[in-house]
Design a protein around this ligand. Structure first.
Ligand SMILES: NC(=O)C1=CN([C@@H]2O[C@H](COP(=O)(O)OP(=O)(O)OC[C@H]3O[C@@H](n4cnc5c(N)ncnc54)[C@H](OP(=O)(O)O)[C@@H]3O)[C@@H](O)[C@H]2O)C=CC1
Ligand SMILES: CC(=O)N[C@@H](CCC(=O)OP(=O)(O)O)C(=O)O
Length: 342
């Protein structure tokens, strides 16, 4: 059994980890932290977990994380980087769901995240945990940087086109919409019911911190910098990301075949039949990205539609997928559930 700890168990990604790991046959949950709710039983706070998780939350200062085989950090940015070195030294593997280890260029990270990085050398070691690109490296990793939610949806949509060299890499557009759970469980005015429901808006147009992450990932695919316009939007749904991606074709290609071949062996990427319009509810609660590729009126613009559940393939599910790879388990273990509908 893999002894697992979760730092930040009361947030949306933390409780999603608990939901998935409670059904994992190879996982023994050892410790789940919360500062605010230390001492409270997990199942008292989250009755959906009654009968599945029988632990109390532990204060992070008292959590014996070094006794785990793997620790997930489901914490705000800037927390994991302060604790990871001691855990790695104790032989514990780490998956960070936040952004501390995602950006290799430290000054770029410090610019977007507004803090000084505590361990640049570990950023260099960390593997960016997008299994569809880095599966072999994840398998060897001690430290995995789990991708952001928007970056997962956007990269999976653009990768087949960029790898094949069939679009102009300098003029990519990603128009993405997220459910409100993407902002986390903490109380903030923009995510109040009467602010976020029955409303729709763009944000971060001047620059969102996922822009450098997506540019880095796509730049690794092409081998040179890409030009990207990324505009996120907040939609009045709870879960889900819908990314509409635009690229300018440089040559004629069978787009449907290109996508089907690229993802033929990927358990969690579904290339839908030509002409499809994937919906966020078709992936709700599931570790799946559904993609459709279009070429409107046979013109030179390719439109890719990519949907994920931000809390699953965009966070906790992808983290469990990475854990399965790191521990040489079948990749789909505890991730094979059918999405919820409606
Ligand atoms: N929501 C989403 O869709 C996605 C989120 N992410 C990333 O995952 C991480 C977690 O997100 P999310 O679950 O939404 O966040 P939440 O705000 O919902 O939860 C944060 C959790 O971290 C704990 N926490 C906060 N501060 C500290 C601290 N200083 N030390 C230890 N624990 C702390 C909180 O509990 P307490 O305060 O009681 O300790 C809480 O359990 C973030 O970095 C986020 O950017 C990534 C992809 C998607
Ligand atoms: C809807 C919403 O607010 N989404 C969040 C992004 C989700 C996320 O958690 O991203 P990181 O893991 O990179 O922090 C945002 O735009 O800030």
């Amino acid at each position: 059994m893999i002894k697992v700890g979760i730092v930040g168990g009361t947030g949306y990604t933390g409780v999603e980890l608990l939901r998935l790991l409670a059904a994992h046959p190879q996982v023994a949950l050892q410790v789940i932290t919360s500062r605010a709710d230390a001492g409270t039983k997990v199942s008292q706070m989250f009755p959906s977990l009654r009968g599945y998780v029988d632990l109390p939350f532990t204060h992070p200062d008292e959590a014996k994380l070094e006794q785990c085989d793997l620790v997930f950090f489901a914490t705000p940015n800037g927390i994991a980087m302060q604790q990871v070195r001691a855990l790695l030294d104790a032989g514990v593997k780490v998956i960070d769901l936040a952004a501390d280890f995602r950006i290799k260029d430290i000054s770029e990270w410090e610019k977007w995240y507004g803090m000084t990085h505590a361990c640049p050398d570990l950023v260099a070691e960390a593997v960016y945990g997008l299994p569809e690109v880095n599966r072999a490296q994840v398998k060897q990793a001690r430290l995995v940087a789990n991708p952001g939610c928007y970056p997962t949806a956007v990269q999976l949509g653009f990768i087949p086109l960029l790898e094949a060299g069939v679009i102009e890499p300098g003029s990519l557009i990603a128009d993405a919409k997220s459910g409100v759970s993407g902002a986390g469980r903490k109380a903030e005015i923009p995510t109040l019911f009467s602010e976020a429901s029955d409303n729709f808006k763009a944000y971060g147009v001047a620059g969102h911190r996922h822009l450098p992450e997506i540019r880095q990932g796509l730049g690794c695919v092409t081998g040179h910098p890409v030009g990207l316009t990324f505009v996120p939007h907040l939609t009045p749904m709870i879960r889900g990301i819908h990314a509409t991606l635009y690229g300018r074709l440089t040559r004629d290609v069978d787009l449907q075949a290109l996508f089907e071949q690229r993802y033929a062996n990927e358990p969690f990427v579904d290339v839908m039949p030509a002409g499809s319009h994937p919906e966020t509810r078709s992936v709700r609660g599931a570790n799946r990205c559904r993609i459709a590729v279009h070429r409107p009126q046979g013109g030179d613009t390719v439109v890719v539609l990519s949907v994920i559940d931000n809390l699953v393939k965009g966070a906790a599910g992808q983290a469990v997928q990475n854990m399965n790879i790191m521990f040489c388990l079948p990749e789909s273990t505890a991730l094979d559930n059918v999405p919820l509908l409606p």
